[in-house]
Design a protein around this ligand. Structure first.
Ligand code: TYM
Length: 342
């Protein structure tokens, strides 16, 4: 795809819906940290407005989940002086552009969204309208900053394609071919889809009823070791070649998790552990997990001890975010002809 005139700017978001999992960490937050650099701007958002589309957790819980996610971001290595960190509801331009995109996106596009179908379940008549139009707000999160690159896990690919469609349709419909960049999803590495520890065909998710299916970033070392020890596997030893992982989703998942945590390729993991039993591999996996993520929980609790400081960081981040978003919203309104006379 041809590069647009837009300068590189990274945006991504995570829902503050409770504990982050190792899937969120490896598929998203670890990569947010890697992209944090002086060369381009990085903007990372706690998408609290999205977090009420499925259900409302209660006001104090929502506030605390938002702070806890901010603490997790910082504990994982995001630096508020390098990246803009803020929660979505503090920057009204997201919902303002979200409305515009509700009018750009087509019903047929939204109906194809598999995540809506998964989340709404059988009784979609009972799902909130917000859950249905969720992807239009997500497109707005990205495009209100003219972001060009969006690091996400595999499960967000379809939403990113819709974001691209919205950008293209807006630019065409309103005769401004380069106004919104057509953002690139960055879905890279071996951990773009970390699977459940209990079922290699399901993604690791914070909403899975079984806590044994996931590693939470707040799990202590013993819990991490226990969950890996009890992780479902098959009776065969690890294969000697990568091809040998085919048709063995649980084994493949554990190899990929090891590779992502240790910054190795899966081939290098197989070269080291091929032929060994899971009884040997699982403790090594637990060790690397504890080494890489075991300290996050303690750093999070330290940060959570000063909620006022977290609120200050998010407020400052929201001010910086609004400074970028507001002129883009103004220009959008101007392009469309909304009369602005003050
Ligand atoms: P959310 O909150 O469900 O997940 C946050 C990020 O974690 C990734 N992820 C995973 N990656 C690998 N393996 C897994 N098992 C796994 N589970 C989750 C997700 O792909 C995501 O990158 N709709 C988004 C939030 C959002 C957003 C945005 C993202 C709102 N606006 C704008 C990017 C840009 C979501 O629900 O993510």
């Amino acid at each position: 795809m041809a590069e647009t005139a837009h300068t590189k700017r990274v945006f991504s978001g995570v829902q503050p819906t409770g504990n982050l999992t190792l899937g969120n960490y490896l598929g998203a937050v670890k990569r947010f940290v890697e992209m944090q650099s002086a060369d381009y701007q990085t903007i990372y958002c706690m998408v609290d407005l999205h977090a009420v589309t499925a259900s409302w957790p209660g006001s104090e819980e929502l506030r605390d989940n938002t702070r806890e996610l901010a603490a997790a971001f910082i504990a994982c290595g995001l630096d508020p002086s390098q990246s803009i960190l803020f929660n979505q509801s503090q920057v009204p331009a997201h919902t303002q552009l979200g409305w515009v995109f509700n009018c750009v996106a087509r019903m047929g596009w939204m109906r194809r969204m598999t995540q809506f179908k998964d989340k709404a379940g059988k009784n979609s008549e009972e799902a909130s309208v917000g859950l249905f139009t969720y992807p239009a707000l997500m497109a707005s999160d990205i495009l209100i900053y003219h972001a060009t690159h969006v690091p996400v896990g595999e499960d967000q690919r379809q939403h990113l394609e819709l974001t691209r469609d919205i950008a293209i349709k807006f630019n065409n419909d309103f005769g401004e071919p380069d106004f919104f960049p057509v953002p690139e999803p960055i879905i890279e590495g071996v951990a773009t889809k970390v699977m459940s520890l209990r079922d290699g065909s399901k993604k690791m998710s914070k909403s899975d009823p079984s806590d044994m299916s996931r590693i939470n970033l707040t799990d202590d070392a013993d819990t991490i070791a226990k969950k890996f020890r009890k992780a479902k596997t098959d009776p065969e030893p690890l294969p000697e070649t990568l091809e040998g992982l085919e048709g063995r989703p649980e084994a493949e998942n554990l190899v990929n998790i090891y590779a992502a945590l240790a910054d190795m390729t899966p081939a290098a993991v197989i070269a080291e552990f091929g032929g060994q039993q899971f009884g040997q591999f699982k403790p090594a996996l637990a060790d690397v997990a504890v080494e890489k993520v075991g300290g996050i929980a303690a750093r999070m609790s330290e940060l959570m001890a000063d909620k006022a400081e977290i609120d200050r960081i998010l407020g400052k981040g929201a001010d910086r975010a609004a400074e970028i978003a507001e002129p883009i919203l103004d220009r959008t309104y101007e392009i469309m002809g909304f009369l602005q006379s003050r």
